[in-house]
Write a protein that binds this ligand. Structure first.
Ligand SMILES: [Cu+2]
Length: 378
């Protein structure tokens, strides 16, 4: 709650407090009590956990949550290969989606942590995959040790708030709703409790793919990547536990730009990997909350772009850079031809200096016909 307290310091006290109260209606007392336990609870999450990117057990408790830990710091970075497989069934079904909103202190950069708000302990949250016509039963549990109310708004939903009102949950509460997936496509979901921008900036976003009848064309590799901004009082590169800045958020002045939650998530921890000759598909979304991405892979050309995440329009072909709006998505595909290290960027390249980059490492035989460095004599 320290971070929130900072947000209400100074001249923005009235605006901030009003927004916060709107977001925590009925929570004033509970929030204050819970705040005291926040940091110790976050510390517990990082004990004895290795490797697992745990999903909470269905209907399970908050205790025994296990998060990935790297270098002694809890890591919310989402593994981009953590995607359910393509849907093979030919008929719609009822699908259950279980989300748990979890607040935890985790790695932002090498020696830097941040208090993230997450779906299921990762940023982005779980990749949800359904088929057009499916009935989707969404359950959202807000962890008992949360300090804020949370909910979820799926852009794939036709209905009030995308489910936000139906899922607004105080700490310890579980809410839900059911929707029919009418429109195929790749959609963002996010927390929509005011101030919405704060909940998104703190990590509360993810994506849902609604497959069309017959699915998408098969590919060799699928990856899940999302871009976001982080607003801190301290400047980029500071160490220690950083404090969120409500003022910078309102002024759209982020200190950090990240792929999959933290600096280095897709370079040091989870670089994308493929073999020469394979076809790669990247589901790319922008949680934001504010900045449009000029998504580009240095050294590659997108053979196909499903612009704006539409899978019912013919994909564009042979594209260098894809514009992806805040709260929007794209699907890009390309065949790898030449081994090497390719870099995923937002081609607004100042953002690379603020943390945004990912690697795609392609291994295999050199292909001199397509690319080779020239030989020079002295
Ligand atoms: Cu939230």
């Amino acid at each position: 709650m320290d971070s929130i307290q900072h947000a209400v310091d100074g001249e923005h006290v009235d605006i901030s407090r009003r927004n916060l109260l709107r977001g925590t209606a009925g929570l004033a007392v509970a929030g204050a009590v819970l705040a005291a336990g926040t940091s110790s609870a976050a510390a517990q999450h990082s004990h004895g956990a290795h490797g697992a990117n745990a999903m909470p057990s269905p209907g399970g408790s908050l205790s025994n949550r296990i998060y990935q830990v790297v270098d002694g710091l809890t890591d919310i970075g989402k593994n981009p290969t953590d995607i359910p497989g393509p849907i093979t069934r030919k008929q719609p079904e009822t699908v259950k989606v279980e989300l748990e909103t979890v607040e935890l202190e985790a790695r932002l950069d090498g020696r830097t942590t941040f208090r993230y708000w997450t779906f299921n302990g990762t940023v982005p949250g779980p990749f949800v995959r359904v088929r057009v016509g499916d009935i989707v039963e969404v359950t959202l549990k807000n962890a008992e040790d949360s300090s804020m109310m949370h909910n979820v708004d799926f852009h794939a939903v036709t209905g009030p708030g995308g489910g936000a009102e139906a899922t607004t949950a105080a700490p310890g509460e579980t809410k839900g709703f059911t929707f029919k997936a009418l429109n195929p496509g790749l959609y963002v979901y996010h927390c929509a409790v005011p101030p919405v921008a704060m909940h998104i900036a703190n990590g509360m976003y993810g994506m849902i793919l609604v497959e069309p009848e017959g699915g998408l064309p098969p590919v060799d590799r699928e990856f899940y990547v999302m871009q976001g901004e982080i607003y801190t009082e301290e400047t980029f590169g500071s160490s220690g536990l950083l404090t969120e800045s409500y003022e910078k958020l309102l002024n759209e002045r982020p200190e950090y730009f990240v792929l999959n939650g933290h600096v280095g998530a897709l370079t040091e921890h989870f670089p994308l990997k493929a073999q020469v000759g394979e076809t790669v598909r990247i589901y790319f979304g922008v949680g934001g909350p504010n900045f449009t991405s000029s998504f580009h892979v240095i050294g590659e050309i997108f053979d196909k772009v499903y612009q704006l995440g539409s899978v019912t329009s013919p994909p564009l072909t042979d594209v260098q850079t894809a514009t992806v709006p805040a709260g929007g998505a794209t699907i890009v595909e390309f065949k790898t031809e030449v081994p090497g290290r390719y870099v995923l960027v937002d081609h607004a390249l100042s953002r690379v200096e603020r943390g945004l980059a990912g690697f795609l490492i392609v291994e295999g035989e050199a292909n001199h016909e397509i690319f080779h460095a020239s030989e020079h004599t002295e």
